[in-house]
Design a protein around this ligand. Structure first.
Ligand code: GLA
Length: 682
């Protein structure tokens, strides 16, 4: 991990001088004639916009030739926005270096794993390890920070754009050199590297550092630990680029927070637990997956993950869409009311600002079919009117800013484990860490239990229940942490193919799951993956667990060895017939549960019912599953956000005042189909 070089500054928790929720989007005025700008500012005010992100892709215009700057147009834009009372989140344009840069430094281009060098004409294509890229990106950032460090409109700095996309790994000579340096810092000696990578296997032993290279395409599967380390290196190399720009901004523009827009939950190539430590304010981009009919659940997951990496502090939704995007196979327009449901779901889960990509739809370029706040159809459109409605809603919700979200349940999330699990030659192609997380999350979401995400080495003591749906790679520290959590009274639920390897992707001594044996009272003798489409059935192992009778599962079974745990459900058929499928183990003051097969979201209800009981949790079962409820808590009030994703009205038993309509009730509110209530309650 690149060490932070900036001492902690006394930065405000929120944007300086901004006492309200933020509303706005990416603003790219350079795509429009100057006479449009004043009209934009007027319309922004009409829509309630108070924050826009400017200059994210403007490097080619701001520095037309190396070292020659043209800030005139940006001066005029910032002054105009300031005069209109609109705050600015100022971008550093380093996600898209200009043509002159690649012409002068062709070696700074990204090289893919198969050796292809990526060309100009798109965006996001410089190697993070190129010294020329680092120098040039810091130079444009310094020039911007000097010029606008004390501009009264600028309340936030937005470094780069979505680090890790569209490309993350780079296999250029610069990257190879930087990777070797990174490995030397991590391992110090070649012996240590050879041991961690297990190079005795397939004759991969290294005798010289110079012979170690990135895991480029090779005749067969490349050493998995080498690939895992390259993924770690890649996240660190990108983070070092961010830190270099951030430090320049801190020096030139003290007191203004610096962020970069994450893609929590969709971009897997950066370890956001580490990154979140380096930003002053967490911001996130989220786009719905159009092919998923219940994509509001994925939205909630992304928002909960963002809040978790932000350590529970307020965060900013930097980008989402007003309607369709343009980069999925089928780009569905949002239905009436969906824009508000999406935005207020993010707010309910901790966002204190709601921004879109982008303010005005582009007429040219790759994103002309992407929706915007001001669509091609103009101010007579449905989207524009919903954008203005949302502006009014956010103004009515101002008092929610700064309140927090409380969760009793944590789901473990570790990017490094995912990188390792996603490599080739795993026991079954049907093992999918994300599918397991989504399934457990969906179950908890339907049961209306708010979830935090946590790293397996984090302090978990505040949670009643910790779920590990996919902890394939488990460090010794993490296993000890989980064991201590159970000993101290926690309820831990671990799903299959967890604790399979250590941090070097090596099977732990004692076999699969051995590091959790005392917490779970069970070991895994052998993995028993199933054929595609095959199903197995469970049977209750105890009279009180009859609900398990007949529950079916697929993808995976395991041959479990009991080491103190009690079987709760057995396999009725399949390769482990008669053996335990689900176990429960009392350890210290707590309980460790283990499930060795894939239960779908409905079947997970059977598993989670007794787990909730152990954890002392009460799921909400008397409201429809797709009625979303989440609560923000302040010093004097709580704010219950109820979002009706169903096609029927639902009565929600919460007394208080609906801040969106001003209505009040001493007992409950009807939430119309597709509508949202935000109820201030005692
Ligand atoms: C990403 C980028 C934006 C834009 C949107 C389109 O989130 O950050 O610049 O391309 O996607 O959905």
């Amino acid at each position: 991990m690149s060490p932070s070089t900036t001492p902690p500054t006394a930065l405000p928790v929120w944007l300086p001088g901004v006492g309200t929720l933020c509303y706005g989007g990416d603003y790219n005025p350079e795509q429009w004639p100057e006479e449009v700008w004043a009209h934009d500012a007027k319309l922004m005010r009409e829509a309630g916009v108070n924050l826009v992100s400017v200059g994210i892709f403007s490097w080619g215009l701001l520095e037309p030739r190396e070292g020659e700057f043209d800030f005139g147009w940006l001066d005029r834009v910032l002054d105009l926005l300031h005069d209109a009372g609109i705050r600015v989140d100022l971008g550093t344009p380093t996600a898209s270096p200009p043509a002159w840069f690649f012409h002068a430094h062709p070696d700074a281009r990204v090289v893919t794993r198969d050796g292809t060098t990526l060309g100009f004409g798109s965006r996001g294509m410089a190697s993070p390890s190129s010294p020329d890229y680092r120098r040039a990106s810091v130079a444009i950032t310094r020039a911007l920070a000097r010029r606008y460090g004390s501009h009264p409109a600028v309340v936030l700095w937005h470094v780069h754009n979505e680090y890790g996309t569209p490309v993350s790994e780079c296999y250029s000579e610069h990257s190879a050199h930087a990777f070797r340096e990174w490995l030397q810092r991590r391992y110090r000696t070649l012996d240590a590297l050879n041991s961690a990578w297990g190079t005795a296997f397939w004759g991969q032993h290294y005798g010289e550092w110079e012979h170690v290279s990135p895991p480029s395409a090779a005749p067969s599967v490349v050493n998995p630990t080498q690939r895992l380390d390259f993924a770690r290196f890649t996240s660190d190399a990108l983070l070092a680029c961010f830190v270099a720009e951030r430090d320049v901004i801190h020096a030139e523009a003290p007191g203004i927070p610096v962020t970069t827009n994450f893609m929590a939950g969709s971009c897997q190539s950066v370890d956001l637990w580490a990154w979140a430590q380096e930003v002053d304010l967490v911001s996130n981009d989220h786009y719905l997956t159009a092919s998923d009919e219940r994509n509001h659940v994925g939205l909630a997951l992304s928002a909960d993950l963002t809040r978790s990496i932000a350590g529970g502090r307020p965060w900013l939704l930097m980008e989402h869409s007003t309607s369709a995007v343009n980069w999925q196979p089928r780009n569905l327009a949002k239905t009436p009311g969906e824009l508000a449901r999406n935005s207020l779901a993010h707010l309910g889960r901790g966002a204190d600002g709601i921004l879109f990509f982008q303010w005005r739809a582009s007429r040219s370029g790759a994103e002309k079919f992407h929706s915007a706040m001001l669509p091609h159809a103009g101010t007579g459109s449905r989207v524009w009117s919903e954008v203005c409605d949302l502006g009014r809603d956010l103004a009515a919700l101002a008092e929610v800013r700064g309140t927090t979200v409380h969760a009793d349940v944590a789901i473990l999330w570790d990017w490094q484990s995912f990188w390792a699990q996603d490599l080739e030659w795993r026991p079954s192609v049907d093992l999918d860490h994300r599918e397991r997380i989504d399934a457990f999350y969906d179950r908890l979401w339907q049961d209306k239990l708010t979830v935090d995400f946590a790293h397996p080495e984090h302090d978990l003591s505040r949670y009643r229940l910790v779920v590990a749906p996919a902890s394939y790679l488990l460090t010794g520290r993490a296993a000890e942490n989980l064991t201590r959590y159970v000993e101290a009274g926690g309820t831990l639920l671990v799903s299959y193919f967890s604790g399979a390897v250590d941090e070097d992707d090596a099977v732990p001594e004692g076999g699969y799951l051995a590091p959790l044996r005392s917490a779970l009272g069970v070991g895994v003798e052998e993995f028993l993956p199933l054929r595609e489409g095959a199903r197995v059935h469970l049977a209750a192992a105890q009279a009180v667990r009859r609900a398990f009778d007949g529950v079916s599962a697929d993808v995976w079974c395991e041959d479990l060895t009991l080491a103190g745990a009690t079987p709760v459900a057995l396999y009725a058929d399949g390769p482990a017939a008669g053996k335990p499928a689900v176990t429960r183990h009392e350890h210290g003051a707590g309980t460790g549960w283990y499930v060795s097969t894939r239960l779908d979201v409905d079947a997970l209800a059977t598993l989670l019912a007794p787990v909730y009981e152990d954890a002392g949790l009460s799921p909400t079962t008397d409201l429809p599953p797709d009625l979303e409820i989440v609560t923000r808590r302040g010093a004097t009030h709580r704010y219950v956000v109820a979002i009706n994703h169903t096609g029927r009205p639902v009565e929600v038993p919460v007394p208080g005042t609906d801040l969106l309509t001003g209505e009040w009730s001493t007992s409950s509110f009807t939430v119309a189909a597709g509508a949202v209530r935000v109820v201030r309650s005692a």
